[in-house]
Design a protein around this ligand. Structure first.
Ligand code: HOZ
Length: 422
């Protein structure tokens, strides 16, 4: 293999970091080859350590809805830096971020800031259990809710990408608290509730799945989740780490008109800095310490730099609804470039091409995609300067920074790459 600065860095990284990366999907294991090491980003483009330029459709796996180095983020972080990097004490901006989240996502009546999506889902689950006094959780096969012990069951994202069975290190007692159903399968969920209804604390769902590739909810799926949970005294948790502020300003719950009991948020809420959140009904959230007995805490929670960046992005999105129209139009153009025989799933600016001519509505369908062909397609795109998620089981993200020229360059690359991947 030809040595480049990136390949040298990868060899060096593997000596000190497991697999050379700090999150598994980045390692290119399922598509072959080694990852470019990124030196910098600007708008919709990134530049690697060898000076190669790419149009970026990962956007840090979702947070960068405004693109790299957007001025509102840079200005907010620069201003916050003049005040200090961390206090571990309350600040006024945390209230402003909480109020902004409440205004944009009305089901979130109270919100607690944490540092990662995993922390958000882990905490939401604990709150659901503490509030209901029940232990069981229902999740859907192929959905991924971070690396929370009890949620690493039939998980998507990196777990699906690497073809791993459920992770070693998770005590059986933890995974036994998780029941699974196929995504979009209402009869399977009804059966689970028939058998276990009074023990189920919560159903957690990616309202648009992004972690087995993009899979939209079937018509009526969310309404059934809402009805079954309400009828059984269970909570409905929308994991909007990926979809929050992305598929609509109010997230997937606004798009589909569903009011979950709890919501987890991440990615866009931090504007590219590490923030996540969980929130929901006031009567539930007041169970969280110190107002209630359910414990959850964090030294860097509400970090001022991250809060500033997140607040700037959310305010910008709220003030510019036309961004969502633009995202819709640009992503639709990309979706339309697929030839016959490829299944395209898209919701707003989340999109996946599956190498199958059959509809993809759940994890089994997604696994039927020809992943070898995906690997060839991925590398053909990369060779043409288009940086896609290196996994069939992840969604790509269009940002407001993608220009008409980016989209048309990408469409040309798509046409060639689909042909080369055959
Ligand atoms: N779990 C993330 C996307 N589903 C991937 C995170 C990363 O590798 O950075």
């Amino acid at each position: 293999m030809q040595q480049t600065r990136s390949t040298q860095l990868f060899e060096r990284a593997r000596l000190s970091i497991p697999g050379g990366v700090n999150s598994p999907v980045r390692a290119f294991r399922s598509v072959g080859g080694t990852p470019p090491f990124i030196a910098r980003g600007e708008g919709s483009h990134i530049f690697d350590a060898d000076g190669n330029e790419f149009i970026d459709y990962i956007g840090s796996w979702g947070p960068l809805i405004l693109g790299h180095r957007h001025p509102v983020v840079l200005d907010a972080v620069a201003e916050a830096l003049t005040r200090g990097t961390s206090f571990g004490a309350p600040t006024e901006q945390e209230i402003e971020l909480a109020e902004t989240v409440r205004a944009m996502v009305p089901s979130v009546e109270m919100v607690r800031l944490v540092n990662s999506g995993t922390e958000a889902t882990m905490s939401a689950l604990r709150v659901a259990r503490g509030f209901t006094g029940r232990d069981l959780t229902v999740k859907f096969e192929g959905c991924y809710h971070g690396h929370v012990d009890s949620l690493l069951v039939k998980a998507g994202s990196g777990v699906a990408t690497l073809g791993l069975p459920d992770s070693p290190g998770v005590p059986k007692g933890f995974s036994d608290t998780t029941l699974t159903a196929p995504y979009n399968d209402v009869p399977a969920l009804e059966e689970i509730f028939r058998l276990h209804g009074p023990q189920i604390a919560a159903v957690i769902v990616e309202p648009v799945c992004g972690n087995m590739g993009c899979i939209p909810p079937a018509p009526g799926f969310h309404q059934a989740l809402r009805r079954l949970t309400a009828d059984n005294g269970s909570l409905l948790i929308f994991d909007e780490v990926m979809t929050g502020f992305r598929v609509a300003a109010g997230g997937a719950q606004a798009l589909y008109g569903i009011r979950p009991d709890l919501t987890t948020l991440g990615k866009v809420i931090g504007g590219g800095l590490p923030i996540a959140a969980y929130g929901g009904r006031r009567d539930i959230m007041t169970f969280v310490a110190p107002s209630g007995p359910i414990y959850q805490a964090g030294t860097l929670s509400g970090n001022p730099l991250a809060v500033s960046a997140g607040l700037a992005v959310l305010r910008h999105l709220a003030a510019h609804p036309e961004i969502y129209t633009r995202l819709e139009q640009a992503a639709a153009e990309l979706a339309a470039a697929a030839p016959q025989g490829i299944t395209v799933n898209r919701v707003g600016s989340m999109l996946t091409w599956f190498f199958t001519d059959q509809p993809v509505t759940n994890a089994d369908d997604a696994r039927r995609s020809d992943t070898k062909r995906f690997g060839r397609f991925f590398h053909a795109m990369l060779d043409r300067g288009i940086y896609l998620p290196p996994s069939q089981f992840e969604a790509l993200f269009v940002s407001a920074a993608h220009t008409d020229a980016d989209i048309s360059t990408t469409v040309d690359a798509l046409r060639e790459s689909f042909r080369l991947a055959e």
